[in-house]
Design a protein around this ligand. Structure first.
Ligand code: GLC
Ligand code: CA
Length: 547
């Protein structure tokens, strides 16, 4: 299987208001199917005040009016199914919007039917001064607690103020979650991508965190918490009734814990989105940037490949709506086509389910806006205003250029007309000025384009058991410029060799490989590939069969 992620607001505008929507999605379903993927994951498309662009939900059973209606969603779903595409919805249940009716009730008093739906605590008092219940910071804006005068209590928000955390220890809340799941499964959706699902069970005492990295000091007490497995089992039971897929987002979850979700009788998740492969050029978060290290990336790849082999199944990705564009991070904008294609081969042929994020398949790159006012993402804006404040503005803006997740949220570049064919009016967010060169229409017509290379990769992967289920082995793990991995199954073997260098590189076949019976099945340069030699950002996929 492989999945294509849609972050709808920037995908395609079908009704000319500058905002992507389900009308636009409907028109592009054939395009998505043409990539060779097996399904779509929709980032949230529900009603939301958009404090976190859909990840703050105010109604779990409807469609945001900007994006269409439930009827339009059903049309998309039916057509997707006709085309053989599964549809996966984002399930955001760690928190709601503060405008969700549950929260409006909950905050109104201490005794209402929803009073225990969220995590409320009394203030701590230091003499006359009122303090939050603990020292946790939110991942988005300041402290993780917000005071509510009506209740004279604080509520917890691990993300923005406008995203109060649900109290999953309350069985009623878990029943709500199950009902929401059923609502969408009854309609025919095929599963869920479960947003920060590993945060839903908090340590009952909510102890103070170690003031180490402010934004995540509470993390040890809300991540992979004490009742998580039990709650996931309950949700799994619902998913099982429908044969639905569950993909859990799990920031910083170590492999050992991951295996408790992914294996055994519990097997509460089909796949897990780990964050290790997003950390080859940063420390913990994209906002603490480091020079890109291929060794770090390879280490992360191989660690997960080895740990899950034969036991569980990997979610493979290089991009999503939370990270800058991968060519700008791990590749090279200068060697745009070469590195964009090489990166595709570097992950698609690993063991697992490849995810493609909208625009990745045409090699969209980071945007560099002139001022922080031009950015839209709350996490980006908050980082700019609260981090590295002693540095000059220009320098802080340069950090944002490197690290902002808004780079993944610019409108998809469909053609070279005004607004990149995304909309016929001014879009809600800036279009990357490179749209005249980087766009779907141009790449459709070019057999050597990044787009067509993605198609070739996905096709090749599907045609071979070795690439689908074969075992994984890495060679040259310490090589600073080359990533070399093997997939093998029965009598078929592949080597995928990827150069992450602007210079020519050489390499040797590992022991047990002979050069004479090898065939080159894929290369990102048009001609003259040579065994043992790699041009800048070249990738070669080599195949051996023993009869
Ligand atoms: C997940 C989402 C991200 C969102 C956060 C809070 O990490 O992918 O976009 O901001 O959760 O919901
Ligand atoms: Ca629209």
């Amino acid at each position: 299987m492989s999945l294509y992620q849609i972050w709808i607001r920037s995908f395609a505008d079908g009704n000319s208001d500058g905002i992507g929507d389900l009308y636009g999605v409907y028109d592009k379903l054939d395009y998505i199917a043409s990539l060779g993927v097996d399904g779509i994951w929709f980032s949230p498309i529900y009603p939301s005040p958009n404090a976190d662009y859909g990840y703050d939900i105010s109604d779990y059973r409807n469609i945001h009016p900007d994006y269409g209606t439930l009827d339009q969603f059903r049309k998309v779903l039916d057509r997707a199914h006709e085309l053989g595409l599964k549809v996966i919805m984002d399930l955001v249940i760690n928190h709601t919007s503060d405008e969700h009716p549950w929260f409006l009730e909950s905050r109104s008093s201490r005794d209402n039917p929803y009073s225990d739906y969220y995590i409320w605590r009394d203030p701590k008092w230091k003499g006359e001064s009122k303090l939050p219940p603990n020292n946790w910071y939110s991942q988005f804006d300041g402290l993780a607690w917000e005071y509510c005068p009506e209740r004279k209590q604080y509520y917890l928000h691990v993300f923005a103020k406008k995203q109060p955390d649900l109290n999953m220890d309350n069985p009623k809340v878990r029943e709500e979650v199950k009902d929401i799941m059923r609502f969408w499964l009854d309609m025919g959706v095929d599963g869920f991508r479960e947003d920060v699902i590993t945060y839903i069970s908090k340590h009952p005492q909510l102890p103070d965190g170690i003031p180490f990295l402010p934004a995540i000091n509470g993390m040890p007490f809300y991540k992979d918490g004490p009742n998580l497995l039990q709650y996931l089992r309950e949700f799994r039971a619902v998913a099982r009734e429908y044969g639905a897929l569950q993909i859990g987002e799990a920031p910083m979850t170590p492999i050992k814990t991951a295996l408790t979700y992914l294996t055994g009788e519990d097997r509460v998740l089909d796949m897990m989105i780990q964050f290790d492969t997003m950390s080859a050029d940063c420390f913990m978060t994209d906002y603490i940037h480091l020079p890109f290290s291929l060794r770090r990336l390879k280490h992360a790849f191989s660690k997960w490949q080895r740990a899950l082999d034969g036991k569980a199944w990997n979610a493979l990705y290089l991009e999503n709506h939370d990270h800058p564009r991968v060519i700008s991070r791990y590749g090279s904008e200068e060697y745009w086509r070469e590195s964009g294609t090489m990166l595709a081969a570097a992950y698609i042929f690993q063991q697992g389910t490849p995810f493609l994020y909208q625009g990745q398949e045409i090699g969209m790159t980071n945007i560099r806006l002139g001022s922080i006012e031009d950015y839209r993402d709350a996490a980006t804006i908050n980082t700019y205003h609260s981090f590295r404040l002693r540095q000059p503005k220009e320098k802080r803006l340069r950090h944002i250029h490197i690290s902002s997740r808004d780079s993944a949220r610019t409108p998809v570049q469909w053609d070279d007309s005004e607004h990149a064919g995304f909309s016929d009016v001014e879009p809600w967010f800036a279009v990357n000025p490179n749209y005249r060169d980087v766009n779907v229409k141009k790449e459709e017509a070019d057999p050597l384009s990044i787009l067509n290379f993605y198609r070739r990769c996905l096709r090749l992967r599907k045609e071979s058991d070795a690439l689908l289920q074969g075992s994984y082995r890495e060679y040259l793990p310490r090589h600073p410029h080359i990533y070399l991995y093997e997939r093998s199954f029965q009598n078929e073997r592949f080597l995928i060799v990827c150069s992450f260098s602007k210079k020519n590189q050489t390499w040797k076949l590992p022991k047990g490989y002979a050069s004479d019976n090898c065939s080159l099945v894929l290369c990102n340069y048009p001609a003259k590939a040579k065994l043992g030699q790699l041009r800048p950002y070249e990738t070669q996929v080599l195949r051996w069969t023993a009869d």
